[in-house]
Design a protein. Structure first.
Length: 366
């Protein structure tokens, strides 16, 4: 909430909208940040937000609050920001929470830790409001001692099976992004857009944005901004040594969250593979690749997740101008230094458009 409070303490008023777009029969909510000033037109930034592709529930609320800071930052400096959170898979619809419960089970046997762990498990598992009613039973379930965590977990899972909320098809993040771009384009006049569209992505959203920006179906973007993007290459078959253990975790994650069950599907979802296409032409397009100084504080396997070197080389071969920028200490604290990039980036966009308008008016007069 500190980030939101800081965003409110800004001189330029910002209007927020929450339009709904239909994608394959699903309702996808966009989060739109518009500068309230009507003095001039401005570029439109379509941002694909990240939270390891998760969304919904308590974790999703944290992600929305965090990613809102980017929207406020772009709007504060004069650009419209249209955010889409995709594929926004609820963590409770994966096996991650079963693994977490298994790891926390020994800790739940400690009397002082039992109640907090039970409450955490119930809140993280909640998909619907009905699931939260189980919180009323936690004081009694805690009396079961070592069996309390498995009992609570099983009760919630059985309730979700009866409600039919547990199983849910994997959403297509590419179609979600396309819908967000289409909405931004069709509402350009109302948003006072100047026709320039910038594609942006943060974290796991950077992976999705990069794949979309390189696809034949994407429009021609003025520029692409990838902020602390991850998983440029999802082909884990080439990993060796310690990375083979990392590959097991990553393959499990890709399958649970994205529904990528094979080497072919992981390759299709890899920006590196998309950028390697010989048919791809990116001449005249600017790609800004932002990374923190230490994405995961130099943790083992960090380079396999965040290193953009190969990707940058391929994009440059396709004719794009690549700008690599270091911003912030790590993957999360980067948010406190993002204005050092956004402010001059938006300023160049606005000044460049004014220059183009002056030149056009001059040519018209002649």
């Amino acid at each position: 909430r500190i980030l939101l409070v800081a965003s409110y303490l800004i001189p330029m008023p910002i209007v927020r909208e929450f339009p709904i777009v239909d994608v394959d029969g699903r309702e996808v909510q966009l989060r739109v940040f518009v500068p309230a000033s009507h003095s001039s037109t401005r570029p439109t930034i379509v941002m694909v937000c990240g939270l390891l592709w998760f969304g919904g529930g308590a974790l999703g609320r944290i992600g929305l609050t965090f990613n809102d800071t980017f929207g406020y930052a772009f709007a504060r400096h004069g650009a419209v920001c249209v955010q889409v959170h995709t594929p926004s898979r609820h963590m409770a619809r994966t096996w991650f929470l079963e693994l977490a419960a298994l790891l926390l089970w020994p800790c739940s046997c400690v009397p002082m830790l039992n109640m907090p762990i039970l409450l955490l498990d119930a809140v993280m598992l909640a998909i619907s409001l009905w699931d939260l009613f189980v919180l009323l039973l936690v004081p009694w379930i805690s009396l079961l001692g070592p069996a309390s965590l498995p009992a609570l977990h099983l009760i919630i899972r059985c309730a979700q099976l009866l409600q039919g909320t547990l199983h849910h098809a994997h959403a297509s993040h590419q179609r979600d992004i396309a819908a967000a771009v289409e909405w931004a384009s069709s509402n350009s006049e109302r948003l006072r857009g100047d026709g320039r569209m910038i594609l942006c992505g943060y974290s796991s959203g950077g992976n999705c944005a990069a794949v979309y920006g390189l696809s034949p179906a994407a429009p021609r973007f003025h520029s692409v901004v990838l902020i602390s993007a991850c998983f440029y290459d999802m082909r884990t078959e080439q990993y060796t040594g310690f990375q083979r253990l990392q590959a097991l975790v990553m393959n499990f994650m890709f399958k649970e969250i994205l529904g990528l069950c094979s080497a072919d599907t992981r390759a299709t979802a890899s920006p590196v593979v998309a950028a390697a296409s010989q048919k791809l032409q990116l001449s005249g397009q600017d790609w800004y690749i932002l990374n923190a100084k230490m994405e995961l504080m130099r943790a083992p396997g960090e380079s396999a997740v965040f290193d953009p070197t190969v990707f940058c080389g391929l994009v440059k071969e396709r004719g794009a101008s690549v700008h690599r920028i270091t911003c912030g200490l790590n993957h999360w604290l980067l948010i406190f230094g993002i204005n050092s990039f956004i402010q001059p980036f938006c300023q160049r966009l606005l000044e460049g458009h004014q220059t183009e308008k002056i030149q056009l008016e001059s040519n018209t007069d002649q």
